[in-house]
Write a protein that binds this ligand. Structure first.
Ligand code: ZN
Length: 411
C-alpha cells in the first residue's frame, strides 16, 4: 500500500463525504445484523447481504444515488474484518487457555460500529490503468465512481493497482492508497506441475515433498509478548504506561505479520517461477470460518478442532497465498475440489479414512505407501489440478488451448 495526498475540489468533497457516509451506513448495518446472531439462527452471509443491499437501494433513494461499488465493497470489507477478528480471537483463546482470568489481557473485540468523522473512507476495486493518470511532474489523477477525476500529489512512483482506498483523517485531509498488483512471472515452460496443500501441521505442503512453515515470532519474542500482555492487563486504563505497553505489543504483532507477508511473497514467486501449473485446494476460507463461528459460544469437541483448523488457515495466510499465486501466475493456478484429498492415497488412489493415521502420518491400507499426510494431500491436489486443467482447456501444452493470452508462455 502506498499513500498519496488527495486534493478534491469543494464540490467533489461533498460527493466523497457521501461515499463515506454510504460505506459507514452499510458497514454499521452489517455490524447490527451480526449482533442479532444467535446459535441456530445464522447471520446472513455476504451473498445474502448483497441481495439485501439491492433491496435497500430500491427502497431508499439516498442510498440509490450512491455508488453500488462503494456500498458492496463496504460489505466485503466487513466480512474480511470479521474473519480477521475471529482468527485473532481463537489465537487469543489458545494463548491464554491457562492464564488466570485476572491476568488475562482483554480479548480482541469484533469489528464495531463506525462513527462519523472517525476512520472515514471507502474502497474501490476492479481498478485498471485507465483509472489513474499522470497530469504533470507533481500531480496525478484518480477516477472515482460517480465523481470523475480527482487530483493527488504524485509524491512517488505509482504502480499498477487493483484497488484503492480513499480515506479522510481526523484533521480533514484526504488520502488515496493504492494496492499494487505484483507483475506476472513468465511460466518456466518445463511442463512442471505442483500441488500445494494448506497443511495441518505445516503451513504449506508441496507435492514435491517440501514442507514449508510460515515464520512467526522467535521464542524470545513470544516470551516478551506474553510478558507485555500481562503488563497490559495490569496497567491502569488511560495511563501513559498502558499506552507505552500497548505500543510495544503492537510493534511485536506487526513484526510477525510482516514476516508472514514476506514469506507469502517469497513462496508465491518461487512457485510461479518453478512450475507451469499450480494446483491448490479450493477452500472457501470465508465459509469455513462461518461454520465454526456458528458454534463459537457453545464450543464442543469437534467444534474446537474445526475452529483450530480455521485459525490455522487464516493465520498462515492461505487466502493471501492463493491470491498472490493468481497474480503472479495468471491462468496457471488451478483450484481443485477439496473433497477427500487428505484421505485418498496419492500412490494407488485407494480411499480410506483409516489410512490417515494421525495429523502427520499417512499409511495406505491398500498399498502401504507411507508418508507425511500433508505431502500425500499435496500429491492428490497436483494430480487433480492436472485433470481439471486438461478438462477446462487449460492444457499444459498442445493446440487445444482455449486461453492463449495467459498461457502463451507454456504452449
Ligand atoms: Zn495406496
Amino acid at each position: 500500500m502506498s499513500r498519496y495526498r488527495l486534493y478534491p475540489a469543494p464540490t467533489q468533497e461533498q460527493v466523497l463525504l457521501g461515499h463515506c457516509a454510504h460505506a459507514r451506513y452499510v458497514w454499521n448495518l452489517a455490524v447490527e445484523q451480526r449482533s442479532w446472531w444467535q446459535p441456530g439462527r445464522p447471520a446472513p452471509g455476504f451473498a445474502e447481504q448483497c441481495r439485501q443491499l439491492s433491496q435497500a437501494r430500491a427502497a431508499y433513494s439516498w442510498l440509490a444515488v450512491g455508488s453500488v461499488i462503494v456500498q458492496q465493497q463496504a460489505l466485503r470489507d466487513f466480512h474480511a474484518a470479521y474473519a480477521a477478528w475471529f482468527a485473532s480471537l481463537r489465537e487469543w483463546r489458545k494463548h491464554h487457555a491457562k492464564t488466570p482470568p485476572d491476568e488475562r489481557p482483554a480479548a480482541p473485540s469484533p469489528p464495531s460500529w463506525r462513527k462519523r468523522g472517525r476512520g472515514e473512507g471507502f474502497r474501490i476495486v476492479a481498478v485498471g490503468p485507465q483509472d489513474m493518470r499522470r497530469v504533470n511532474r507533481r500531480w496525478g489523477q484518480v477516477a472515482v465512481p460517480k465523481l470523475g477525476w480527482i487530483r493527488f500529489r504524485w509524491s512517488r512512483p505509482v504502480l499498477a493497482a487493483r484497488s484503492y482506498r480513499i480515506s479522510r483523517d481526523r484533521a480533514g485531509r484526504w488520502h488515496v492508497a493504492f494496492a499494487a498488483v505484483p507483475p506476472a512471472i513468465p511460466a518456466p515452460g518445463n511442463g512442471g506441475v505442483v500441488g500445494v496443500d494448506r497443511g495441518v501441521t505445516v503451513s504449506v505442503a508441496l507435492s514435491t515433498g517440501e514442507l514449508l512453515k510460515a515464520p512467526g515470532l522467535r521464542p524470545a519474542e513470544r516470551r516478551r509478548l506474553r510478558l507485555l500482555e500481562r503488563r497490559l492487563a495490569r496497567a491502569r486504563p488511560g495511563s501513559n504506561r498502558r499506552r507505552r505497553v500497548k505500543f510495544a505489543v503492537a510493534r511485536l504483532t506487526t513484526r510477525e505479520a510482516d514476516r508472514r507477508r514476506d514469506w507469502t511473497e517469497q513462496v508465491s514467486t518461487d512457485l510461479a517461477r518453478r512450475f507451469d501449473l499450480i494446483g491448490v485446494e479450493d477452500l472457501d476460507v470465508g465459509a469455513m470460518t462461518r461454520t465454526a463461528r456458528g458454534t463459537l459460544q457453545r464450543p464442543g469437541r469437534g467444534v474446537r478442532q474445526k475452529a483450530g483448523l480455521n485459525r490455522g488457515i487464516l493465520a498462515s495466510g492461505w487466502g493471501r497465498l492463493v491470491d498472490r499465486l493468481e497474480d503472479k501466475a495468471p491462468g496457471r493456478v488451478q483450484r481443485v475440489p477439496a473433497a477427500y484429498t487428505s484421505q485418498r492415497c496419492s500412490a494407488c488412489g485407494h480411499l480410506a479414512a483409516e489410512s490417515r493415521q494421525s495429523q502427520t502420518a499417512y499409511r495406505c491400507v491398500a498399498c502401504a505407501w507411507t508418508g507425511n499426510a500433508d505431502h500425500n494431500a499435496a500429491r492428490n491436489i497436483a494430480a487433480a489440478g492436472q485433470v481439471v486443467a486438461a478438462r477446462g482447456g487449460l492444457a499444459l501444452a498442445g493446440p487445444g488451448n482455449r486461453e492463449p493470452p495467459t498461457l502463451g508462455a507454456i504452449a
